[in-house]
Design a protein around this ligand. Structure first.
Ligand SMILES: Cc1cc2nc3c(=O)[nH]c(=O)nc-3n(C[C@H](O)[C@H](O)[C@H](O)COP(=O)(O)OP(=O)(O)OC[C@H]3O[C@@H](n4cnc5c(N)ncnc54)[C@H](O)[C@@H]3O)c2cc1C
Length: 404
């Protein structure tokens, strides 16, 4: 008789793992406590689903164990994902130099393709079914207690996600199930999310501004990470892709009580900004510092930065001392903002933290503590930067777990 596999959680990782297991001849059941499968997929990539990225290496991931993600990705990388999706009818569309979306630019296409693969491979799907407890008998058979029935299984694939965007079903219960089986959970923190900053008046003044720039994450004054792109400023702090990219590290540092700051460069293309501003001021009579910024930077942002430099927007640039040009340039290119917290789990796209990867085999996703127990997706302590890397992690870990 075929071995019975029970996959818990019908997100991208669980759907992948279940269809691969079934394809390999296992009798597979996929359990989902939501009414529908794959709800989070529909939110991805602003409804377009950035499902992988052609530029993929281990620097795109944070995992508790060094090389864990790289090892897994060496078995099933972006090319494999593209090939697999092509077999499911999803043609890739490349955007922004490497970001891949379905050609239809609809996340629902990816969800439909995964659902039809579950049908094709004969996976039994149980929705509106909550897994409450998993136990393992001495003979190695697992008992999965749901609110509807008890399911016996020879293998378990735990793919219940994290705590991010919990309205889609990932309520963190997967962590409890993993820890009840003896696994250590690295405390999860929201990642790929906005950062709240202490400088309330500044951010109120610039709320709504979007600007191309660079963020350096400083921990205890030293640079930990940097990211460039469109920075979104809101009334409570920083958002947008570069903020998301450094948010995981910021969250981990804040949890450890470390001094966490963002140094923001709003004009990264100007190498000697003080000199540039001085020459600009002498080229024509601007009359005020406010006018000096016209056409250079968003007006509200420029005025707020002039004030941050300790200057008055009405001051004539001709009256500025050399040192004040440097202070102004420093405020524009190297202003520091103290990060007080990350956005909450509900606003986060992913979580940093989860099942400790030192307890999991990176080649198979099998637990090193409990034979027959496998993990897939975001439940593991692996998180990627923005750009399709988190879904790629689901395809990778789902294939490894389902295949093993
Ligand atoms: C707004 C948004 C945009 C995103 N955009 C992108 C993007 O463009 N590209 C990208 O790579 N990543 C993106 N991500 C991240 C990506 O969606 C996640 O990393 C991915 O969905 C994780 O998949 P998963 O299968 O591990 O978990 P999930 O998708 O969270 O699925 C877990 C499933 O398990 C179910 N479950 C949980 N507990 C139980 C239980 N006890 N019993 C039964 N079922 C249970 C849940 O209901 C859920 O359906 C985005 C995330 C968000 C929130």
């Amino acid at each position: 008789m075929a071995l019975r596999v029970c996959v818990i959680g019908a997100g991208p990782a669980g759907m992948t793992a279940a269809s691969v297991a079934a394809q390999n001849g296992f009798q597979t059941v996929l359990i989902e406590h939501g009414e529908r499968v794959g709800r989070k997929i529909l939110l991805t990539g602003n409804g377009k689903c950035n499902f992988t990225n052609l530029h993929l290496d281990e620097s795109c991931y944070h995992a508790g164990t060094e090389k864990f993600a790289a090892r897994a990705l060496s078995h099933f990388g972006a090319d494999d994902a593209v090939r697999w999706f092509r077999t499911l009818g999803i043609e890739p569309l490349e955007k922004h130099g490497g970001y891949l979306y379905p050609h239809s630019e609809q996340a629902s296409s990816v969800l439909n393709a995964l659902r039809s693969e579950l049908d094709r491979t004969g996976v039994r799907v149980r929705t509106a079914c909550n897994v409450k407890r998993i136990t393992r008998r001495p003979d190695g058979v697992f008992r999965v207690q749901t609110d509807l029935e008890m399911i016996a299984a020879d293998r378990i694939i735990l793919a219940a996600g994290s705590r991010a965007a919990s309205s889609t079903g990932s309520d963190g219960s997967g962590y409890d199930l993993a820890s009840s089986l003896g696994h250590h959970i690295i405390e999860p923190h929201p990642a790929l999310c906005a950062l709240f900053c202490a400088e309330k008046d500044f951010f109120k003044a610039v709320a709504g501004v979007r600007v191309s720039g660079e963020i350096r994450l400083l921990l205890e004054g030293g640079e930990a990470e940097r990211a460039a792109g469109e920075i979104q400023l809101n009334a409570s702090g920083l958002s947008g892709i570069p903020t998301f990219q450094v948010s995981g590290a910021a969250g981990r540092a804040l949890a450890l009580g470390r001094r966490t700051e963002a140094a923001v460069n709003f004009l990264p293309d100007y190498s000697d900004l003080a000199e540039f501003l001085r020459k600009r001021a002498s080229a024509r009579p601007y009359g005020t510092l406010e006018a000096l910024g016209n056409g250079l930077l968003n007006k509200s942002l420029w005025i707020a930065l002039v004030k941050r430099a300790g200057l008055k927007p009405g001051t004539d640039p001709a009256d500025l001392m050399e040192v004040e040009y440097h202070e102004l340039a420093d405020a524009v290119q190297n202003g520091r903002y103290r990060i007080i917290r990350t956005a909450g789990f509900e606003q986060a796209q992913t979580c940093s933290g989860g099942v400790d990867t030192s307890e999991v085999n990176p080649d198979t996703m099998e637990s090193l503590l409990v034979p027959g127990l496998f993990f897939a997706g975001e439940i593991l302590d692996v998180d990627g930067i923005c750009g399709g890397y988190n879904l790629q992690w689901c395809w990778t870990s789902g294939h490894l777990a389902g295949g093993a």
